[in-house]
Design a protein around this ligand. Structure first.
Ligand code: PRP
Length: 210
């Protein structure tokens, strides 16, 4: 029997769509996979071990080789520039990165304050626009920034747009479309190429027929 394949799966929003994709690609995943609070789920029938991780941490597990593969948002990959191969656009969890601010807000003339969970993406974007900004890193609920006067702008993910609307913010600039990607550890790809290719091919077929 071939070696076990370890896959880092993101908990939260992406999980359901990612699990659905794996099932459509004919991977037999037990119900426990969706319902339990276990952080490691073994599927001996498939010789696969799943690590259930925070979405922001998936690429870390893959880069360090404790997971052979992972499913990660392009937003995280852009932010962290991890040493992993991005082998397939899974075309799930579609959203985009945007600049937003108060509907009637005036940004300061000198250096805008920008609150974000994506400090690298935000500073690269504003540098390319030739704008000088001060980046204020936050870990979540970024939309609070302009409302409570911490920042002039935010750089964040917009999915349905509901969070912006309900907090009186508007999208000002579209930065980049985002989807989830299948990522692979470079060493794993050499050592377990057949198993990884099989998984990539099965998922590619599903994605192309979505
Ligand atoms: C994300 C993002 C926005 C929201 C956008 O936050 O940071 O706040 O979702 O989604 P929407 O356009 O569908 O409203 P998340 O829920 O992941 O939590 P966080 O604020 O703690 O980062």
């Amino acid at each position: 029997m071939s070696e076990v394949l370890t896959i880092a799966m993101p908990k939260g929003r992406i999980f359901e769509e990612a699990a659905d994709l794996l099932r459509k690609a004919n991977f037999q995943l037990p119900q426990e996979f969706d319902d339990s609070r276990k952080l490691i789920v073994d599927v001996p029938e498939e010789n696969i071990r799943f690590i259930l991780a925070k979405p922001m941490d998936v690429a870390t597990y893959v880069e360090y080789g404790v997971a052979d593969l992972g499913i990660a948002g392009k937003d995280v990959l852009l932010e962290e520039e991890r040493d992993v191969y991005e082998v397939l656009d899974l075309k799930i969890s579609k959203c985009h990165l945007a600049v937003a601010g108060l509907a009637n807000g005036q940004a300061s003339e000198v250096a805008k304050k920008v609150a974000t969970k994506y400090p690298n993406v935000a500073s690269t974007y504003f540098r390319q626009q030739g704008e000088q900004v001060e980046i204020i890193p936050l870990n979540g609920s970024i939309e609070l920034g302009p409302i409570i006067g911490l920042a002039d702008r935010i750089v964040d993910i917009v999915s349905t747009g509901r969070t912006l609307i309900e907090n009186g913010l508007v999208e000002l600039e579209h930065i980049e479309d985002i989807t989830s990607r299948l990522i692979v550890n470079p060493v794993s790809y050499r050592l377990k190429d057949e198993r990884i290719d099989d998984m990539v091919n099965r998922l590619t077929t599903v994605v192309e027929n979505m």
